[in-house]
Design a protein around this ligand. Structure first.
Ligand code: NAD
Length: 260
């Protein structure tokens, strides 16, 4: 089980979980494309993680933009020689109760999580199938692929939806040796979560400490946040797993918040 010279695209990799996965993949010998909205941020992350410039590249990719996805995936395949692993990780969060949720915000969130997953999957599968050397598609789900929370209607909807997409990719990809799985983390302290703490405190009328204690970590077995390293290790395991035995699955990494 090795990622040596595997070509990996990680979306949303200029920050948080995606950046840590890119770091872990590079440590395992992979070639990694850091795909994100802003080329400067993606290129800076690539330079930080691989100062030699030989095995990491930045790629400008708004995952909701069909043409941008096609161009970026083609550029990565041309530079590194095909695509072996996709981590569809780019994501945003918008919290509000359903009765006042703006339709534009609903559509924006679904576009990043679901359109982005579809467009990047399609572009990468075309290469994986043509290359004939198999591949691994990993979706960044969430405990919210399994459970609901207040104020997160489109996020919970999208994260449940990714499980369906992963299962279809597992079925269609099998004959090409392409596996597809979902990682479902609990709360990880990234910019996406730091932003939610004051927003939820305001919306729920409680303190920020209580948002962490009584909302975010309430159902965990030990009151602990999941770490970037926990999620990155799981991504390495799924990316490197050698057979179709492990496909169409979701792995929950959440300190027991959700138990299968
Ligand atoms: P983050 O905000 O630190 O990073 C998200 C990255 O995605 C950013 O670099 C951002 O620029 C990028 N991005 C946003 N929209 C994009 C678009 N349209 N095209 C390309 N890139 C885009 O967030 P994070 O916490 O690292 O989240 C990463 C993923 O993990 C998300 O899918 C999120 O839902 C999921 N997740 C996070 C947690 C958590 O607790 N942090 C838990 C479960 C799942």
């Amino acid at each position: 089980m090795s990622l040596t010279d595997k070509v990996c695209i990680v979306t949303g990799a200029a920050s948080g979980i995606g950046k840590e996965i890119a770091r872990a993949f590079l440590a395992e010998g992979a070639k990694v494309a850091i795909a994100d909205l802003n080329l400067e941020a993606a290129a800076a992350t690539a330079a930080e993680l691989d100062p030699s410039g030989a095995r990491a590249m930045g790629a400008a990719m708004d995952v909701t933009d069909e043409e941008a996805v096609e161009i970026a995936v083609a550029a990565v395949a041309a530079r590194f020689g095909g695509i072996d692993v996709l981590v569809s990780n780019a994501g945003i969060q918008i919290v509000a109760p359903i009765e006042t949720f703006k339709f534009a915000d609903w559509k924006k969130l679904l576009a990043v999580h679901l359109d982005g997953a579809f467009l990047t999957t399609r572009a990468c599968l075309q290469r994986m199938y043509a290359q004939g050397r198999g591949g691994s598609v990993i979706y960044m789900g969430s405990v919210h692929s399994k459970e609901a929370s207040l104020l997160k209607a489109p996020y919970v909807t999208a994260k449940h939806g990714l499980e369906g997409l992963a299962k279809v990719v597992a079925k269609e990809g099998a004959k090409h040796g392409v596996r597809s799985n979902v990682i479902c983390p609990g709360f990880v302290r990234t910019p996406l979560v730091e932003k939610q703490i004051p927003e939820q405190a305001l919306a729920l009328g409680i303190s920020e400490a209580d948002v962490i204690r009584t909302v975010m970590l309430k159902e965990t077995v030990d009151g602990e946040f999941t770490t970037l390293d926990d999620v990155a290790r799981t991504a390495v395991f799924l990316a490197a797993f050698p057979t179709n035995a492990l496909t169409g699955q979701s792995i929950v990494v959440s300190h027991g918040w959700f138990m299968q």
